[in-house]
Design a protein around this ligand. Structure first.
Ligand code: NAD
Ligand code: AKB
Length: 316
C-alpha cells in the first residue's frame, strides 16, 4: 500500500463513488468528501468528511489535519444542470477549482487531478477525431467553466510549479452510481430502463453520435495518468481521452441482442442542442504516446457488462 494521503472532493458522485474504492486498494489513506450523504460502501471502507469544496478554510484545515498530499477535485455541476442554472454552475465549477488550486499551492500538495470534459469543445471544433490542440469555442456554461479551468491548471503548473493533471472525459457509463445531470446521461439510464421496463424514451435523436467510455476504463485511465512520471506529461491543460463512440440507435440495437423485446423511442429535449455542439469522436494519440492509454471496452462489451451487473443488483 502506498503512503500518500489522498483527498477526493465530490466523492459521492458517479465517478467518485467508484474512484475512491479503487484508490483505497492502492493507498492507505483516501479521504472521501462531499456535501451529500455517502453510500454505505464509501462510508464503511474509509474516512468520509462533509466538506464544501468552495470553503477555503475548511479545505485548508482538512489538508493540514490529515496531511493530504494529493487531491482529486471531482465536485462540479454538469452540462444540463449548468444550462438551467448558469450562475450556480459558474460559481461551483470556477470557485471550487480556484479554491483547490490556491490551497494546493499554499500547502505544497504534490499532485492535483482536475476532471475536464469533451464539453470544452464547441460547434466550431472538428467533430470527427477531434485533435488534442484545436479550435475551442464551447457554448455551454459547463464547457466554458471547464475550458477556463484547464487554463488555470496549465497556469498553475507553469507559474507555481503545481503538478496538475487532467483528462477530458467523454460521457461515462456506469451501473454503481447513476449519472448526475449531464447530456450523456441517457447512455446510463437506458440500461436501467431496459432491465426494469424493457423500454426507454431517449432525450437525444437516434443518430446523435457522442464519445463515451465505460467506467472501469475511466477509473483505470485516471489512475494511470496520476501514477505516470511527471516528465511524461506534455499536457497540463487536459488530455484528450477516448473510449468508444456511438449513437442512441446503436445502444438500442446492442441491448436488443440480450433483451430482444427492448424498444427505444425518441423525444429530443434541450439537451439535443448541447449534444450537437460536441465532437463525435476523439483523437487521444497524445495520451497514448505520453502515458500509454488504451481503452478495453467497446459498445458490445460494455453493454453485456452493464446488463449483467444491473440484473444482478435486481436479484439482491
Ligand atoms: P456527479 O454530479 O455525479 O457528482 C458530483 C459530486 O459533487 C456530487 O456528489 C455533489 O454532491 C458534489 N458537489 C457539488 N458541489 C459540491 C461542493 N460545493 N462541495 C463538495 N461537493 C460538491 O459528477 P460526476 O459525473 O461524478 O463527475 C465528476 C467530475 O467529472 C465533474 O467535475 C465532471 O465535470 C467531470 N466529468 C464527468 C463526466 C461524466 O460523464 N460523469 C464526463 C466528463 C467530465
Ligand atoms: C455531461 O454530459 O455533462 C458530462 C460530460 C461529457 O462532461 N457527462
Amino acid at each position: 500500500m502506498k503512503n500518500d494521503t489522498i483527498l477526493v472532493t465530490g466523492a459521492c458522485g458517479q465517478i467518485g463513488s467508484e474512484l475512491v474504492l479503487s484508490l483505497r486498494k492502492i493507498y492507505k489513506n483516501v479521504i472521501a468528501s462531499d456535501l451529500k450523504e455517502p453510500s454505505a460502501e464509501l462510508k464503511e471502507s474509509g474516512e468520509f468528511i462533509r466538506l464544501d469544496a468552495l470553503y477555503k478554510n475548511g479545505l485548508a484545515d482538512c489538508v493540514k489535519r490529515f496531511n493530504v498530499t494529493q487531491i482529486y477535485h471531482l465536485a462540479a455541476i454538469l452540462s444540463a444542470t449548468g444550462e438551467k442554472n448558469p450562475e450556480m454552475a459558474w460559481r461551483i465549477n470556477m470557485k471550487g477549482l480556484r479554491t483547490i488550486l490556491d490551497v494546493s499551492v499554499e500547502a505544497g500538495i504534490k499532485k492535483v487531478f482536475f476532471p475536464s470534459t469533451i464539453a470544452v469543445f464547441g460547434p466550431t471544433t472538428p467533430k470527427i477525431n477531434t485533435p488534442q490542440l484545436t479550435v475551442m469555442e464551447p457554448n455551454t456554461i459547463y464547457g466554458i467553466s471547464k475550458l477556463a479551468g484547464e487554463r488555470w491548471c496549465d497556469w498553475c503548473f507553469q507559474k507555481k510549479g503545481l503538478d496538475v493533471r487532467s483528462l477530458r472525459y467523454p460521457g461515462l457509463i456506469s451501473y454503481k452510481t447513476k449519472a448526475g445531470g449531464g447530456t450523456t446521461d441517457y447512455a446510463v439510464d437506458v440500461f436501467f430502463d431496459a432491465v426494469e421496463n424493457k423500454k426507454y424514451e431517449c432525450f437525444l435523436k437516434e443518430d446523435t453520435i457522442l464519445p463515451m467510455m465505460y467506467m472501469p476504463d475511466a477509473i483505470r485511465g485516471t489512475i494511470m495518468l496520476m501514477e505516470a512520471p511527471a516528465e511524461k506529461m506534455s499536457m497540463r491543460s487536459g488530455y484528450n481521452f477516448s473510449g468508444t463512440s456511438f449513437a442512441p440507435k446503436d445502444v438500442a440495437a446492442e441491448i436488443k441482442k440480450t433483451i430482444p423485446d427492448f424498444s427505444m423511442s425518441y423525444k429530443p429535449d434541450s439537451r439535443q442542442v448541447i449534444a450537437d455542439s460536441w465532437p463525435q469522436s476523439i483523437d487521444d494519440a497524445v495520451a497514448q504516446k505520453d502515458w500509454g492509454w488504451k481503452p478495453e471496452f467497446d459498445l458490445p462489451l460494455l453493454t453485456k457488462d452493464m446488463i449483467k451487473n444491473i440484473e444482478a443488483m435486481h436479484l439482491v
